[in-house]
Design a protein around this ligand. Structure first.
Ligand code: BES
Ligand code: MN
Ligand code: ZN
Length: 500
């Protein structure tokens, strides 16, 4: 992870960590700034007026995402990057995160960057470190040539208020570690991260004070997890359910907030096999479970004042002589029977048992599940928003708000009895698919049949768990979606807001 140092703004030209090629400066600038602030004046002076000339030539106005780069403007400076963050009036932490991430990515080949702020950007100085950190993430475990590794090691933030920034950064760094944990898990291929290995990695959360329980397949069989085990039966890898408890509320006996995740480590579709094209993306079908793990990590690291339990269902959906057949009828943990008409609609089968079990054993005040559940949500919302479904309007509203603040955006989706009727079966209590129309909604209706009257929200992250292209705060691949969202929601809870 990028090393961050917070330093006094007044010392920016004293710092001595340039290489032979000179120092790298990244300056965040508000819209319509006239470059007359102390830092810009100084840089302009040192570069014999090149800063102002460059801004003029490139028509740099400090608009959002606008940038201006000066390469080797004088012997002691390798590069100056100006990045605009738009109007000061509607400044948000997110804008600073994106501007800072863009700024450091433009400092190509730099090992160390000095960042300074013009205007109100300093209010969110630590968010600049956060954005840059998130953007510099690389999954390099299996790539031997060094090209992939980010060269940037260190970011110095020059600020007026060192204490405030340092304090804010401590919290954000914990969240970044959670996001990285999630990205690492999602980026792992299915041959390495199968259910037993996933469970093993979850056990490492014990090191940061989380109590972890693993339910193995034989226990799940005794408990009656018939829906989850039906999905797992075609795979040679044993199914697991992992439970993570973080108990740190001021009142230890507070009912927990339950976070539930779909952890299909590879989804071939089963006998209802998927087309070959793009099937490799289904290694990310455990993105919900990974988000729960990353959130628990972030909460534990920042010592959140809350009681939270994370429960994830870990299975592999494969084909074999023992694989589940279309038409099979399974009995779920809740006792309800399900006609499995399509073995590729497996996520809801896993979640049905995990939701019912969590409700029964932990009596949570509310439950939120995250799942790469349907292709239909990708058709509805694309790759910008996850869809949120809920039986509680307040919870839904809070999630949308937490999405806006955190950058993990979620959009509210409808539910209702007409959708629910679609999953009635003539020969079992329900079937696992509706019609093609509204596929993400009928999937949510299916889950709703297992949550009873517990306030619950379902977040379909199929479109956002992994990216096909790089964004400023996220390279191509796993996004870590859900960690920032849930962390923010629990932060609202800690601040005394009603979530339900
Ligand atoms: N894991 C998939 C959903 C998915 C699709 C995730 C695209 C990420 C990207 C899920 O298990 C699935 O296969 N859903 C089916 C359901 C259908 C058979 C009712 C789908 O969406 O096609
Ligand atoms: Mn599937
Ligand atoms: Zn799936």
């Amino acid at each position: 992870m990028l090393e961050i140092q917070v330093k006094a703004a007044a010392t920016i030209f004293e710092a001595e960590h340039g290489t032979q090629t000179g120092r790298y400066f990244a300056i965040l600038i508000p819209q319509d700034d006239d470059l007359s602030s102390g830092i810009c004046e100084m840089l302009d002076h040192r570069t014999n007026g090149a800063l102002r000339r460059a801004a003029e030539i490139t028509k740099f106005k400090g608009e959002r995402d606008q940038s201006c780069t000066l390469i080797a403007p004088c012997p002691e400076i390798a590069q100056i990057v100006l990045v605009g963050y738009g109007e000061e009036a509607n400044l948000t932490p997110n804008r600073i995160e994106n501007a800072a991430a863009l700024a450091v990515s433009l400092c190509k080949k730099a090992e160390s960057v000095s960042m300074a702020y013009v205007g109100r950007a300093e209010t969110f100085a630590a968010h600049a470190a956060y954005g840059a950190t998130l953007g510099q993430y690389r999954f390099s475990r299996y790539k031997h040539d060094a090209e992939l590794a980010a060269s940037l090691r260190k970011l110095d933030l020059f600020v007026e208020d060192i204490d405030a920034t340092t304090k804010q950064w401590a919290r954000l760094q914990s969240i970044a570690l959670g996001v990285f944990r999630t990205r690492d898990l999602v980026n792992e291929p299915g041959n390495i991260l199968h259910p037993p290995e996933f469970a093993k990695r979850i056990e490492t959360l014990r090191d940061i004070g989380v109590s972890v329980t693993i339910l193995t397949a034989s226990t799940l069989r005794e408990l009656g997890f018939g829906a989850l085990l039906g999905v797992a039966q075609g795979s040679d890898k044993e199914a697991h359910v992992a439970i993570m408890q973080y108990t740190h509320s001021d009142n230890q006996s507070d009912a927990p907030i339950a976070l539930i995740g779909k952890g299909v480590t590879f989804d071939s579709g089963g006998i209802s096999i998927k087309p070959a094209n793009g099937m490799e993306e289904m290694k990310t079908d455990m993105g919900g479970a990974a988000a729960v793990v990353g959130t628990i990590e972030a909460l534990a690291r920042r010592h959140a004042r809350a009681n939270v339990v994370g429960v994830v269902g870990l299975v592999e959906n494969m084909l074999s002589g023992n694989a589940q057949r279309p038409g099979d009828i399974v009995t779920s943990y809740a006792g309800k029977t399900i006609e499995v008409l399509n073995t590729d609609a497996e996520g809801r089968l896993v979640l049905a048992d995990v939701l019912a079990y969590t409700r029964n054993i932990y009596r949570p005040q509310l439950m939120i599940d995250l799942a790469t559940l349907t292709g239909a949500i990708v058709i509805s919302l694309g790759h910008e928003y996850a869809g949120v479904f809920s039986n509680n309007e307040t919870l839904k509203t809070r999630l949308v708000a937490a999405g806006e603040t955190s950058g993990d955006a979620v959009w509210p989706m409808p539910m209702g009895p007409a959708y629910d009727r679609e999953i009635d079966s003539p020969i079992a209590d329900m079937k696992n698919i509706g019609s093609r129309a509204g596929g993400s909604i009928t999937a949510a209706q299916f889950l709703a049949r297992f949550v009873g009257d517990t306030p619950w929200a379902h977040i379909d992250i199929a479109g956002v768990a992994a990216r096909n292209d790089a964004a400023p705060t996220c390279p191509k691949g796993a996004s870590g979606f859900g960690v920032r969202l849930l962390d923010q929601l629990i932060f609202l809870h800690e601040s005394g807001e009603n979530l339900i």
